[in-house]
Design a protein around this ligand. Structure first.
Ligand code: ADP
Length: 264
């Protein structure tokens, strides 16, 4: 069987209790994927959607910190996990299974089985959207995940510098090959606006938008470098939750509106 045929024929599992599954992916770590995932989830909630977040970033789970989740999830009947609700969002993280400072050195089969457990054994309740914070990269973990879980779409987050964009192109090709619809690309850390109003394009200019155009994908918008966004992430209260009217929160809400209209 050639590779193309085998990818198409794999059985994909839907996530129970949810209407639509949207993955947030980045080709590289540290580009703001989790920051985007949490704020985007809260932006969708502000548009009256029921939302959950599944933190599947095996190698750097950040949901417990970014959403200030201190308790571990409870299990029902000793087998099904009950998500923890925070800021009106149902949350589950692979980070609950390890302590904060333990590095993840799981091998392929362990990753696959953890993901399947998450997909099938969490009691998500009446969700319109589940946002899946994917591990970064285009390696085996990403591939396995996209093959096992029925994804309704993926949003790719990147910073605009050349070295990140190369990996974004790889990511686009991978999702296209796996028949996962790419909902669009987001340019994070696009620029820094100093007090005098000048925009400093620290990582280059319009790189993500250009890649989106080249590959005929939607460009969803820019998120500037923001101290408030970073502080709120560290505090465990995403900016959209902390201040819905903040200039940067509005960027997330605009992107959420663009995504919501694609799902009736
Ligand atoms: P990833 O999930 O891609 O590894 P994170 O979301 O954890 O990246 O972000 C990495 C760091 O960058 C975090 O400290 C986060 O607060 C910060 N960060 C992300 N996006 C921005 C932004 N637009 N402005 C300022 N800091 C940001």
């Amino acid at each position: 069987m050639d590779k193309k045929t085998s990818l198409k024929n794999v059985k994909k599992y839907p996530i129970n209790g949810t209407k639509y599954t949207i993955a947030i992916s980045s080709a590289k770590g540290g580009v703001g994927k989790s920051t985007f995932a949490t704020n985007f989830a809260l932006a969708l909630k502000s548009l009256n959607c029921n939302v959950g977040i599944l933190d599947a970033d095996i190698y750097g789970p950040s949901l417990p910190k970014m959403m200030c989740l201190n308790e571990k999830p409870k299990a029902e009947n000793g087998k099904n996990l009950i998500p923890i609700e925070q800021y009106g969002i149902q949350c589950m993280s692979i980070g609950f299974l390890v302590d904060e400072e333990t590095p993840m050195i799981w091998r392929g089969p362990m990753v696959t089985s953890a993901i399947k457990t998450f997909a099938q054994k969490v009691l998500w309740k009446d969700l319109d959207f589940i946002i899946v914070d994917m591990p970064p990269g285009t390696g085996d973990t990403q591939l396995t995940f996209s093959q096992d879980i029925k994804l309704d779409g993926v949003i790719i987050v990147s910073t605009p510098q050349e070295v990140a964009l190369l990996d974004v192109k790889r990511g686009i090709k991978m999702f296209d090959k796996l028949n996962v619809p790419i909902l669009g690309l987001v340019d994070n850390m696009s620029f820094f606006e100093s007090a005098d109003g000048e925009k400093h394009k620290i990582f280059g200019e319009d790189g993500v938008e250009k890649v989106a155009n080249d590959f005929k994908k939607k460009f969803l918008g820019k998120i500037p470098i923001s101290i408030d966004l970073r502080i709120s992430a560290d505090e465990g209260k995403p900016l959209v939750e902390k201040d819905l009217n903040h200039k940067i929160s509005k960027n997330f809400i605009e992107i959420a509106k663009k995504i919501k209209v694609s799902f009736p």
